[in-house]
Design a protein around this ligand. Structure first.
Ligand code: SF4
Ligand code: SF4
Length: 206
C-alpha cells in the first residue's frame, strides 16, 4: 500500500511534467512553424532559433523520458504511445527531438558531412519501433514541410543540407518532379532545410 502510494507520487511528480513538456513544447514548435504565424518576422526568427537549438530541446525531453523510464517505471508502452501520437501530429519527430538514444547516436556520428549524411540516413532507416511507425506516418502526419514556389529561388541550399536529398538524386525538396524527402520514411524532421532556406520559402505547419 505504502509502496503503491510512493509509486503514484513519483509518477505524478515526473510523469506529468514529461507529458506536459512534450505536449506543450512540440505543439508550440509546430504552431510557430505554421505558415500563417510565420509571416511575422519575430516569430519566424524564434522558430529558426528553436531549430538551431534542437539538441537542447532533445536533451531535456530525452532526459525526462530516461528518468521517467529508469527511475519512475513509466511503462515502455507509454513511451511508444508518445512516439505514436507525436508521429500522427508531427511526423517522425521523436528521433531528433525527444529520444535520448537518438541524442547519443547523433553525438557519436562523424564530423565529415558526407560520412554523417550516410550515418544519418542509415540510422533513421533502421531505428526502433517508434521510428518505424513514425517514419511511416511522415506521409500522413498533420504537420508537413511546405514550399512556397512564389518565393523559392531554386538555389538548392535545402537539398544540399538534407541527408536524404544529398544521397539520393531522385529526391528534392524544391524540384517538383522529384520525390519529396520530407515525406520519406527516413526524414527525421531535423528541419535544417527550413532553417537554411535563405528566402524563408519552407514552412513546417498544417
Ligand atoms: S533553399 Fe529555399 S529558396 Fe533555395 S531551393 Fe530550397 S526552398 Fe527554394
Ligand atoms: S527535415 Fe528537411 S533536411 Fe531534415 S531530413 Fe527532412 S527533408 Fe531533409
Amino acid at each position: 500500500m505504502v509502496n503503491a502510494f510512493i509509486r503514484y507520487i513519483k509518477i505524478t511528480v515526473v510523469g506529468y511534467p514529461v507529458w506536459v513538456y512534450n505536449y506543450t513544447m512540440l505543439p508550440l514548435v509546430g504552431m510557430l512553424g505554421s505558415a500563417e504565424i510565420q509571416n511575422n518576422k519575430g516569430v519566424d526568427d524564434l522558430f529558426n532559433k528553436i531549430i538551431r537549438n534542437r539538441r537542447i530541446v532533445q536533451a531535456i525531453i530525452g532526459a525526462l523520458i530516461l528518468v521517467g523510464y529508469l527511475y519512475f517505471q513509466i511503462s515502455i508502452w507509454v513511451i511508444l504511445f508518445i512516439g505514436l501520437v507525436s508521429g500522427v501530429i508531427f511526423g517522425k519527430v521523436f528521433c531528433r527531438w525527444m529520444c535520448p538514444l537518438g541524442f547519443i547516436m547523433e553525438l557519436s556520428m562523424g564530423k565529415n558531412p558526407n560520412t554523417k549524411n550516410v550515418q544519418m540516413y542509415n540510422y533513421h532507416k533502421l531505428g526502433c519501433p517508434i521510428a518505424w511507425v513514425s517514419g511511416f506516418l511522415n506521409r500522413f502526419s498533420l504537420f508537413k514541410i511546405k514550399r512556397d514556389s512564389n518565393t523559392c529561388t531554386d538555389c538548392g541550399i535545402c537539398d544540399s543540407n538534407c541527408y536524404i536529398a544529398s544521397l539520393n538524386k531522385d529526391y528534392s525538396i524544391y524540384k517538383d518532379k522529384k520525390d519529396n524527402p520530407s515525406i520519406h520514411y527516413s526524414c527525421s524532421k531535423c528541419l535544417i532545410c527550413v532553417d537554411k532556406c535563405p528566402s524563408k520559402s519552407l514552412k513546417y505547419g498544417i
